[in-house]
Design a protein around this ligand. Structure first.
Ligand SMILES: Cc1cc2nc3c(=O)[nH]c(=O)nc-3n(C[C@H](O)[C@H](O)[C@H](O)COP(=O)(O)OP(=O)(O)OC[C@H]3O[C@@H](n4cnc5c(N)ncnc54)[C@H](O)[C@@H]3O)c2cc1C
Length: 414
């Protein structure tokens, strides 16, 4: 395998020599890379791990106003990583999910009472998740978090990989995990082809304060230009009721909601916000994310594996992107810990192929389901509209079908 490099940045203080040889180097310290670091730190205690992220930690915490819906299955993985005790109190439980199709009355409702009182998941601020993970990593002796510099080269040498950082430093690893997001450098290095397409949609996100409590209600309203979702959050420090908004749009950027001044944007939001919430106001700046699907044809290469968005990125319509990533992490960490415990090679083809074989079907299925949902609900043709509304009404009247959807919404399948 050849060496690929990118332009070097200004040098940082050099690593001590004891800090140069690692068992695992995790490229990318977003929510996936940080979770994997914490999980390995708890479950594979004899392994030395480096987690390298190009971002500055404070900028990563302050610069992301998104929220993430965390499923039960993900909560279990976060618990194994020693993170859930701190995450749960900051999460807002979802007890009521309401689905609308544009301007229809309520079409489908899932209530936690119908699921034996179980909640459907939790809404967390991404900034809270990152902060908790950064703090946890500091307490894990064998994890070295190296922020503010990227990885820009790899070279395979016998049973090791030499990893070059943008600050010019070099470290080694027996296994490299690419948790470096949709534009993955690790995936590019391995020359892994991807299937990808652009939905021509953008998600404009922000937080909204509202007069009345949300009563743990999540709203998903499918408009032809894309889904409009309202997700419940915990009251803010001033006691105001808050929800997070994902307002999907399409069309030219020059006509984007991002171009509107605050008052015009708030009017556009208010036009779609249910009256139940009362008066609304903006509680954070807006951010905009182009929406696309991407799936790597392989997740592995020699002594290398991809997890989360580096392997697969989906439309956020069902709030499942990171939940899939957590399942990758749970699987890979389990295999690594087992190999380490048995004295086997943690980067062997056997470990990596088992990981890929176990994770691909779930990721492919979820990509297909979300893709079908987006296409079905972005279609404004009358016959399609009539059929999908009839379909949703039928689900709402069929208890077994409702139970199936509720189970999946909770991520209780795992
Ligand atoms: C609007 C929106 C709403 C969403 N809502 C949900 C939801 O409710 N539930 C859900 O499960 N998912 C949701 N998702 C998906 C979720 O946000 C992503 O799946 C998740 O952020 C992916 O995390 P990651 O760590 O894999 O990648 P990223 O967050 O992209 O992190 C990658 C990290 O790698 C670093 N990096 C990149 N290249 C290098 C390099 N060469 N060297 C070192 N570091 C590098 C970057 O600095 C970055 O920190 C949503 C997505 C969007 C856009």
């Amino acid at each position: 395998m050849g060496m690929k490099t990118r332009k070097k940045k200004a040098s940082l203080p050099s690593l001590r020599s004891a800090d140069k040889d690692f068992d695992i180097v995790i490229v990318g310290g977003g929510l996936a890379g940080l979770t994997l670091s914490c999980l390995l730190g708890k479950t594979a205690k004899n392994l030395k791990i480096a987690c390298i992220d190009r971002d500055d930690p404070q900028r990563a915490v302050d610069g992301d106003f998104r929220t993430t819906a965390i499923s039960f299955g993900s909560a279990k993985i976060l618990d194994r990583a020693g993170l859930w005790n701190e995450i749960e109190p900051r999460g807002c439980p979802i007890r009521d999910i309401r689905i609308f199709d544009a301007d229809t009355p309520l079409l489908l409702q899932f209530l936690s009472e119908e699921a034996g009182g179980k909640i459907f998941g939790w809404i967390l601020k991404n900034s809270d998740l990152r902060e908790i993970m950064f703090n946890k990593i500091k307490t894990l002796r064998q994890i070295r978090h190296i922020p503010s510099t990227g990885v820009n080269g790899f070279e395979h040498k016998n049973d090791k990989i030499r990893v070059t950082l943008e600050n010019g430093q070099e470290i080694t690893a027996r296994l490299v995990v690419g948790a470096d997001g949709r534009g993955s450098f690790v995936r590019d290095f391995l020359d892994i082809p991807t299937r990808r397409w652009d939905y021509g949609q953008r998600a404009v996100i922000c937080n909204i304060t509202h007069e009345n409590p949300h009563e743990n209600r999540a709203i998903e309203n499918f408009w032809p230009q894309g889904p409009f979702a309202i997700l419940p959050m915990n009251d803010d420090e001033k006691g105001r009721h808050v929800s997070s908004l994902v307002f999907t749009e399409h069309g030219p950027k020059s006509r984007s909601l991002m171009q509107l001044d605050e008052e015009a944007f708030l009017n556009a939001v208010a036009a779609k916000f249910p009256a139940f919430y009362g008066e609304i106001d903006l509680a954070s700046p807006r951010q905009c994310y182009p929406l696309s699907l991407i799936h790597a044809s392989r997740y592995i290469g020699p002594r290398m594996a991809l997890v989360a968005d580096a392997a697969h990125g989906i439309h956020p319509v069902a709030g499942q992107g990171l939940n899939l990533g957590f399942r990758d992490i749970g699987e890979l960490a389990g295999l690594i810990a087992q190999a380490a415990e048995n004295g086997e090679d943690i980067g062997s083809p056997d470990v990596l192929e088992t990981y890929q074989r176990r994770r691909r079907p779930d990721n492919v299925a979820m990509a297909a389901v979300t893709d079908a949902l987006v296409r079905l609900f972005s279609n404004n043709l009358l016959p399609v509209r009539i059929l999908r509304r009839a379909g949703l009404r039928a689900v709402s009247k069929l208890p077994p079908a409702k139970r199936f959807f509720m189970k999946n919404a909770m991520g209780a399948g795992e």
